[in-house]
Design a protein around this ligand. Structure first.
Ligand SMILES: Cc1ncc(COP(=O)(O)O)c(C=O)c1O
Length: 411
């Protein structure tokens, strides 16, 4: 396992440029996505607070005791930068991670990370060769992928560990509970495959009414009991919501995602531990242009906002090309000078406009604007933005674009 002093990761679509504990700001690149090098002067960034990540993980580990936690770092660690997050979690002693796709694991392994990867989404048979070559642990639920993995593993003179997914109620992928026994018997007949885990996933654990979630646990338990004849399997089912509110779901390992990033899976959660979670990501930018405009000035594409009075307008170098939602046009706010300042006109690809008239005399070129995070006594969370747009915080975070450098802060 790498020590705390191991060299900085190169590139997985995020930088370790400007954080307090990082010396060489130009060492990271966006090579994984073929973009520009991270520079310290780039005015927009996502600051990843590693101390808060440690705190959240410790809190969750406290709930599940000594059971292994396999953090979900798919979708670029929910937008936080998979390299930065995985590296820190490895430093904390975690060694197995959940990603959605073979390509996500391949990028992290290619960046030098030493860890095991459970591939949560179904793979196609033609991905089996790569999964075997990389030593991944795919989730399996059909014969096609399973048999391709077996073939490729035998060809390579090895075995591949897989996790059999049982569909207890999500109805995305999974073996029907009634067919689990037969599927497991088939797995055992394949010498290239070793069934390491038996797993399932909740559809409604984040709701106040836990009836459906409890029924899923009961179905999973029945399958797991019957599966005992196939030897010891690691049974895993719990996502963040279940870790918080459904101790019966812990089984042998858990797979937290959103909660390690300091965010509640939904407003309906009961566990008071929730209030101790700390959001890991701050998203900031800086004013690159400031101007007074006359009353009646149309702002931005389509002039969807026209000033009613003389206004001081700040231009921020952030737009939908950075994952800043265009639907925040004339709707959202950004913190500047400790105040919630309205976005005026359309959010464009690279730039947005904010009315800072209330800050006249107290605002200057280069001042920091906070999209997600705190400034003074004000705070904007990913949840706030999601609620404004009628979506969930998961989406707001995962859409933060590759162009936004992720910068590690704290230890
Ligand atoms: C199969 C599986 N397990 C665990 C997780 C983690 O879920 P959460 O982020 O709600 O903790 C996910 C995320 O969608 C998932 O798909």
């Amino acid at each position: 396992m790498p020590s705390r002093g191991s060299p900085p990761l190169p590139s997985v679509g995020e930088g370790r440029g400007e954080g307090e504990r990082v010396g060489a700001p130009h060492e990271s690149t966006f090579a994984a996505v073929g973009l520009m090098p991270v520079t310290v002067t780039h005015p927009t960034k996502a600051v990843i607070h590693l101390d808060r990540l440690s705190h959240n993980v410790e809190l969750l580990q406290g709930l599940v005791g000594s059971r292994p936690m396999w953090p979900a770092i798919k979708a670029n660690a929910y937008g936080h930068g998979a390299g930065i997050v995985a590296r820190h979690l490895i430093d904390l002693g975690y060694s197995t991670f959940c990603v959605a796709h073979v390509a996500e694991a391949a990028a992290l392994l290619g960046a030098g990370l030493e860890a095991k990867f459970v591939i949560l989404s179904a793979i196609l048979p033609e991905q089996a060769e790569e999964a075997v070559a990389l030593g991944l642990e795919p989730v399996v639920a059909n014969r096609e992928a399973l048999e391709a993995l077996d073939r490729e593993a035998r060809k390579a003179g090895t075995t591949i560990s897989v996790h059999v997914k049982i569909d207890t109620g999500m109805a995305r992928i999974g073996v029907a509970p009634g067919e689990a026994g037969e599927y497991l018997r088939h797995c055992r007949a394949l010498s290239g495959v070793r069934v390491k885990g038996l797993m399932s996933h909740f559809a409604r654990a984040d709701e106040e009414d836990k009836k459906d979630a409890m029924a899923q646990i009961a179905r999973f338990r029945t399958v797991a009991e019957a599966a005992r004849e196939h030897g010891p399997l690691i049974r895993h089912m719990a996502n963040s919501a279940a870790i918080l509110d459904l101790p019966d779901s812990y089984f042998d390992a858990v797979r937290p995602g959103i909660s390690i990033y300091g965010i509640a899976p939904s407003p309906a959660m009961a566990n008071p531990a929730l209030r101790q979670l700390r959001p890991v990501l701050d998203w900031t930018t800086r004013i690159v242009f400031l101007k007074e405009v006359a009353p009646g000035t149309g702002l931005g594409y389509g002039h969807t906002f026209r000033t009613e009075r003389a206004s001081l307008i700040a231009t921020l170098p952030i737009g939908y090309g950075d994952g800043f939602p265009r639907n925040l046009s004339n709707k959202g706010v950004i913190l500047l000078g400790g105040m919630r300042c309205p976005i005026v006109g359309r959010v464009s690809m690279d730039q947005s406009l904010v009315d800072v008239s209330a800050l006249r005399g107290r605002v200057a070129l280069g001042d920091e604007g906070v999209i997600i995070g705190r400034q003074g006594s004000e705070e904007i969370t990913a949840v706030d933005i999601a609620e404004r747009l009628g979506t969930i915080d998961y989406e707001i975070l995962t859409r933060i674009g590759a162009r936004v450098p992720r910068v590690a802060s704290g230890t």
